[in-house]
Ligand binder design. Sequence first.
Ligand code: PMP
Length: 403
Amino acid sequence: MQQPRQDPFGWIDEEARRRERAGLVRVLRPREADVGGDGAPLDLAGNDYLGLTRHPEVISAAGAAAARWGAGATGSRLVTGTTALHTALECELARFCGFEAALVFSSGYAANLAAVTALAAHRDGLVVSDAANHASLVDGCRLSRAETAVVPHADPGAVRKTLAAHPGRRSLVVTDSVFSVDGDAAPLTALARVCREAGAALLVDDAHGLGVLGDGGRGAPHAAGLAGAADTVATVTLSKSLGSQGGAVLGPARVVEHLVNTARTFIFDTGLAPAAAGAALAALRLLEREPGRAARAREIAAALHEALTTAGLAVARPDAAVVSVRAPSPGAALRWAADCREAGLLVGCFRPPSVPDGVSRLRLTARADLTDRQVAAAVRTVLRTAPADVWATARSSVVHCAE
Ligand code: PMP
């Protein structure tokens, strides 16, 4: 075969070398199958906030769904990909969270792309987006081709100003309910007020709120009194608190009907696998039966925060189950997470470009099924493995906050 005159992928090696120099290389590491069993590492890296992904009822619902409906959905939701499980999940999810209707997608990412594009795609559309929003909302803004104004993080005043500068536009304000990087909550009540003043719609990505915030885990919009509001839409993932896979958009029935007819990630995507729908439905029913799981996840997050800050680390106050610990550099964060892993504790590691402010962090997940003893062991490991320069960073960020 004829050789190309120039290597068309040479630039990839160049980029790889740049990543290597900056300590930003990412590698896939298959995890052990039985995390949580005897001698297995303690998992504070996943998003299984309520400890439901390995719950026997959830696993058996997944198996039963696959046995009854097959391993895959076989087609898009509008063709053959809707089963009775999808419909039941949509009804129960909407009722539980307090919304009129729900629509299930193959992922939370797809749900966010759908919600933003279907609600903002208009030549007169304006999207006002928080600077710390999740990548899936950011991509939704890009795909919508609407004018997007990125506003400073958690700043309803900036949202008000932006909306006021564009009177008469079809406007959508988009925000995470709980931000994945620092675990802080959006000022939903103030944002809703600002939206109503300007006649804008509000879209809340409740990926980290469902199952953790609100009465019995009904989510952040429910806690803020926004569930079921005519101008509010929420998205959720089924892959965190509900221990499964998939996503959903919740909102007024006419919004859901609009999505069924226009959202490309709904129409052109194969439906969620029945096993995932069955597992999410079982997890939702469990959460309804055992509402204490939500409060327990919050309690554990508060305990982690208290212990780590008391010891002198810079830890953002968690508003839900995400506990974020600052690290001095991407390399230090990576080493710290590796040392934790070596010591039997799995923690997440956030580095650029996943962090909007360029600050690397360890990310610890509070899980409702952790015992107090496990929480204490996790704290000991994080402190014991903390690199020396982490303490310097922690001290300097305290000074910075005091200014
Ligand atoms: N939104 C937020 C805030 C998330 O953290 C995530 C998942 N990391 C998603 C959306 C996407 O959800 P999924 O993983 O179900 O695609």
